[in-house]
Ligand binder design. Structure first.
Ligand code: ZN
Length: 397
């Protein structure tokens, strides 16, 4: 296989202190949590988890291990500023004591809410989490370390169990921004693929496409780094090979394990190497048109590959050769194959291909283009103009 090397510039690298991965590994929380603390504030990602008894089981497990269980809330939408502020208020009124931790069991929304609350619980100079979000509010920085977070993802996609930001939205004024700090990375990530088998197929599909987009974008990002460069090709190989099986056969163990691993790797990669244009536009699609994150990523990834291939063709070809486990006569053929594989996958997962199918109106396009230039877009290898983004959106309409 043709390779390439990137110059070893100085870099920094963050990830959870400990990762516990494996089918059924949530059982290990009973031995693990007492090593770090004595009480957990619990945030749950869906009523389904409660109904299925997952949460009750964990509560009994932890209480037997001597950890106090303090339930906070269940969240089933992407967290808003008001959610973070309300739950932070709840924690403050209970009162903090040494040995407190946050435990999040759920998808990206629950884990992001927990990460933000963990930070806000110990940092009270601002009145709202908004004061700490990038590019909005007062630009306050965390002065105190957040409470430790233990993240137990139940979807395979966002990788937020391994990232150093929490994505928080607001409806009025409309935005979707990050609280970002190295200390926001969860202390322990407990990645139990068995927890993902109850996800409905459309969630498996969109969260899997999010992981794929994160692996590709962090690999070609203009902030790409040596360690993520080693991890992303393997994550992409697993995801391209197994996502359709996970979608069609929800309790397929090998497929669920592969997707959970791919999602975890995607989080480690994006936390350290940034993202790009697909994520930049996905944030704006979320704010302006309410499009869920994974669906928006799936919609934008092929366009991002086409827009960037002229500047990172070699990197994309390397990534494709590894991910598809196949050689190609030249780099162009490899990149073509990657775009084709992503589009085929999107069709196999029955994901919409056009913006108008998901409730975007033509009048929204200029607004979406204008709102696409956040932190994610700044990692895109090729600088994009607002006009180019508008053209891309029109072509997908
Ligand atoms: Zn994402």
């Amino acid at each position: 296989m043709k390779g390439f090397s990137i110059a070893l510039q100085p870099y920094q690298f963050v990830m959870p202190r400990k990762i516990i991965f494996g089918w059924g590994c949530r059982q290990h929380l009973a031995e693990e949590l007492p090593r770090w603390g004595t009480r957990v504030f619990v945030i749950c990602g869906s009523r389904t988890l409660e109904r299925q008894g997952v949460l009750d089981h964990l509560r009994r497990l932890l209480e037997r291990a001597g950890v106090t269980w303090q339930f906070l809330t269940t969240i089933s939408r992407e967290p808003l500023v008001c959610d973070v502020d309300a739950v932070t208020g709840q924690v403050r009124s209970i009162g903090l004591r040494p040995g407190d931790m946050l435990l999040a069991v759920g998808g990206g929304s629950a884990i992001d809410l927990a990460k933000a609350v963990a930070a806000m619980a110990t940092n009270s100079q601002g009145e709202s989490v908004q004061d700490y979000l990038e590019n909005v509010g007062r630009g306050l920085k965390l002065t105190q370390p957040p409470l430790p977070v233990v993240a137990v993802p139940t979807t395979a996609g966002t990788g937020t169990e391994a990232t150093r930001n929490a994505v928080i939205s607001s409806l009025d004024p409309p935005f979707k921004k990050s609280l970002r700090d190295d200390r926001v990375v969860p202390l322990v990530a407990v990645v139990d693929p068995e927890l993902t088998v109850t996800q409905p197929p459309h969630v498996t599909a969109s969260s899997g496409m999010d992981a794929i987009t994160q692996l590709v974008e962090s690999f070609i990002s203009n902030r790409r780094k040596p360690i993520p460069q080693m991890l992303a090709p393997e994550g992409l190989r697993l995801a391209l090979k197994w996502l359709t099986t996970a979608y069609r056969e929800p309790d397929h163990r090998e497929a669920r394990e592969a997707m959970a691993q791919a999602a975890l790797l995607s989080g480690i990669c994006l936390a350290n190497a940034g993202l790009g244009m697909a994520h930049g536009i996905a944030a704006a699609l979320g704010v302006v048109a309410g499009i869920p994150h994974g669906l928006a990523c799936a919609m934008m990834l092929p366009a991002a590959l086409r827009a960037n291939r002229t500047v990172v063709g070699r990197e994309l070809a390397y990534l494709t050769r590894h991910a598809l486990e196949k050689d190609f006569p030249n780099d162009d053929a490899a990149v073509d194959a990657l775009i084709e594989a992503v589009e085929q996958l999107r069709a196999d997962l029955h994901l919409p291909q056009k913006l108008r199918e998901i409730g975007v109106s033509q009048e929204m396009i200029p607004k979406i283009a204008a709102g696409s230039f956040g932190t994610s877009m700044s990692g895109n290898p090729r600088p994009m103009t607002q006009g180019e983004i508008e053209d891309i959106l029109c072509s997908l309409y």
